[in-house]
Design a protein around this ligand. Sequence first.
Ligand code: GNR
Ligand code: NI
Length: 172
Amino acid sequence: MTIREILTAPDPRLRQVSAPVEVVDDGVRALMDDMLETMYEAEGIGLAAIQVNVAKRIIVMDLAGEGEDPRPTYFVNPEILDPSEETNLYQEGCLSVPEFWEEVERPARCRVRFLDYFGKEQTLDAEGMLATCIQHEMDHLNGVLFIDHISRLKRDRIIRKLKKEQRLAATA
Ligand code: GNR
Ligand code: NI
């Protein structure tokens, strides 16, 4: 397994729309293993393939709390079904928008249909943190970031700070 580099906004590669996976084969499973390792190393709870520069509709997540046993979950070609009218506000962060946290409003519950690690079709009813996280990751597959859901003023300020950070890191 390999830890891969995570792209940071405003990298235009994060804006690509990811393509469906045709077959969940060993290559896809190796990518999912790398993604999980990369996510754990970065202390994230979810990761979309595009964040490691692979434009495929693949997500890994683990919402286990500290001290709990790991609960890795793999979603291939996920689809969101029946999003609830009721919404939730959650403070969101993103490994591709490091150090910034903002409240985002999304449907409180949804159903997710996807292929699992073995290519088997599964359906999951999501609420709470799981519903928020899966929708955040689904956005990545469509080239959308959580900062697209906040005010332009806040978004522009975050992008400006990220660019400055990257300039400083490049000349360090
Ligand atoms: O680690 C992450 N935490 C998080 C917190 C609130 C809402 C969404 C997330 S996902 C994020 C990891 C990430 O960037 N996934 O794309
Ligand atoms: Ni993210």
